[in-house]
Ligand binder design. Sequence first.
Ligand code: GLV
Length: 308
Amino acid sequence: MTVLYKANMVRGAEWATLFAERAPDLPFRLWPDIGDPAEVRYLVAWVPPDDIAATFPNLELVFSVGAGVDQFDITKLPPHVPLVRMLEPGITERMVEYACMSVLALHRDLVQFIAQQREQVWRELPVTQTGKRRVGVMGLGLLGQAVLGRLKSFGFPLAGWNRSPRSIEGVTCYAGADALPDFLGHTDILVCLLPLTPETRGLLNANLFARLPRGARLLNVGRGGHLIEADLIAALDSGVLSAAVLDVAEPEPLPAGHPFWGHPRILLTPHIASTTAPETAVDFVLDTIARRHRGEALPGRVDRTRGY
Ligand code: GLV
């Protein structure tokens, strides 16, 4: 009955300490020290090992160490082994911080001011009231809802778009592909918090940008695969969009010489918007294992047909 962890090693050491404290009877191992593979019942991974099913014949549960699961090929997991996303409060809180920071940065022209500083330009830009800057969040899961909840305090008019209908107090909610143009037409700062699936890959493209009010701003905290990079550059260079904050790219790390590095209207961070907090994630994993033993439903269980 072993838990095997295969992700960031610095955080892995914290996980090991917390497991030793909170579940001293449950052996915990850090990849590549896997011990007897037949003993591994629970796998916690960012990039999963190849051939999971053949290597670990007694696996009962697989956890993504992050909120996203697009790095897993679900078809390679035996049907009886659930894949669970990390629905832990630490990851949500960090995403809320990063998203609020970035929406405020886009609202207050920080990207433009950074470019001006590089050019030694001292120039004011007109300030828009928050009440006139409409923020729209794509993806209304746990993270999207938490981000909207905190953005409320700044007074932005808020909207959300989701694949299936949602109802959130104080947020105008749109659902499904048919409602997308209407949502975009009312969005000055667009936040992408969608899961990456075959349906959402490449969704942030020229066609979508053209439906936003001219000069809109983009925050991508989803995945690099959501964005058609050349379309973003063209939209920024032509004024269709006025600035973008990107925390994700494809591939990561972004290759040297890529146009995003030096673009004056792009603020880029190295996929750090949110990371799993070991302190709270360990409790989530232990709780999920206990639920599995009791035969209960598992929060965060990935629906194989939806892909998230
Ligand atoms: C990070 O991107 C995650 O999926 O948690």
